[in-house]
Design a protein around this ligand. Structure first.
Ligand code: FAD
Length: 315
């Protein structure tokens, strides 16, 4: 459903970053407009901005589960076989499921937060580490906060995560978030759940790596992220964009998500773009940054194209 998106500023300094965002979007072929603050009420009456805002008319929302189910149906109809709930492992350079070797000419590893583990088994991505981040959102009924569009802040100047934003959802709610907290385990959906000794050691090594990075500020990141675990702090942060959020009391927690963030092990920098590496018979998606789902179809098409090109060279 096409609802559009506004990107707002909170001070003079953010205005220049808004311009950078506009120019970057235009150079990538995105239809965008920079509009003075006085006109914001025609696009999103509940939002506030400092001097101007960006308007993206084609931004849309959808239900990922329905889209994925439709894709699966279409692929199955074209002969693609799905093997759910099966762990792929690489043992002695052989790709396996339940110790059975998979008979395939080429493999694509799109294992999300686990992709690097598989890649390293074939000697790729050895300089990288994966730090899992927990993302949490709160939601309320759209009748409590009747926004019309997606409402985003300008991205932070040095930290790589999306600032607190508002998303109207297909099922009639509004969600605010995320929080982005470094966590110990890649499956640690509850902060208090058990973690293994190996995960603890890896987490410590990840923190040491992260502390070396010069383009982000780990201390500032934690100072900003940890308070957002509390609903009242998250709502307060969001009210800078939509003051009326403070009047809503009925916020519920949404199921959290985990995203793996790639870190360059040598210099501690966070990898902020898609990162793909290849071996002779495999392609590995090591970093599929947000909005990875939105970009999924063209990104998948470009991976498929590159695999076909690589196969045509070896046949
Ligand atoms: C809280 C949250 C909110 C987000 N919101 C948005 C949004 O609004 N819009 C957007 O575009 N993006 C959003 N993203 C980002 C988006 O979810 C990711 O960019 C995207 O899911 C990455 O896709 P992927 O296929 O690389 O990894 P994943 O979606 O993580 O998929 C990897 C899959 O591989 C499986 N797997 C891993 N290892 C193995 C193995 N060895 N054997 C078998 N299976 C394996 C995993 O179980 C998983 O199912 C959000 C992310 C989070 C955490």
């Amino acid at each position: 459903m096409k609802v559009g998106k506004v990107v707002l500023t909170q001070n003079y300094e953010e205005e220049s970053r808004l311009e950078t965002l506009l120019q970057r979007g235009i150079s990538n072929g995105v239809e965008l407009e920079r509009i003075p603050e006085t006109e914001l009420r025609f696009f999103e009456p509940l939002a506030r901005t400092h001097g101007s805002f960006l308007w993206s008319p084609h931004t849309s929302i959808s239900d990922p589960q329905l889209v994925n189910a439709a894709l699966r149906q279409e692929l199955q109809a074209n002969g693609v076989q799905f093997i759910p709930n099966s762990l792929v492992e690489i043992k002695n350079q052989a790709w396996t499921i339940s110790n059975e070797i998979i008979n395939a000419r080429y493999f694509v590893n799109a294992g999300g937060a686990w992709a690097l583990d598989l890649a390293q088994k074939v000697g790729l991505g050895l300089n990288y580490r994966t730090m899992p981040f927990l993302g949490m959102y709160r939601q309320t009924s759209i009748s409590n906060l009747p926004i019309k569009t997606l409402i985003y802040p300008v991205p932070h100047s040095i930290n790589p995560f999306l600032g607190v934003h508002f998303t109207p959802t297909i099922d009639g709610n509004v969600k605010i978030g995320p929080s982005a907290l470094p966590i110990i385990g890649k499956s640690q959906y509850q902060l208090m759940s058990r973690v293994t000794r190996t995960e603890l050691v890896t987490f410590g090594q990840n923190l040491v790596s992260l502390s070396k990075g010069s383009k982000h500020d780990l201390f500032e990141m934690m100072k900003y992220e940890v308070p957002k675990l509390s609903t009242s702090n998250l709502v307060r942060a969001s009210s800078k964009l939509v003051p009326r959020a403070l009047q809503v009391n009925a916020w519920t927690k949404k199921r959290p998500g985990i995203r793996g963030q790639l870190i360059d092990g040598k210099n501690g920098e966070l990898i902020q773009d898609f990162l793909i590496e290849h071996s002779e018979n495999s392609t590995h998606v090591l970093n599929a940054v947000s909005p990875g789902w939105t970009a999924g179809i063209p990104f998948g098409r470009s991976i498929a194209q590159s695999v076909l090109e690589r196969l045509s060279k070896t046949s």
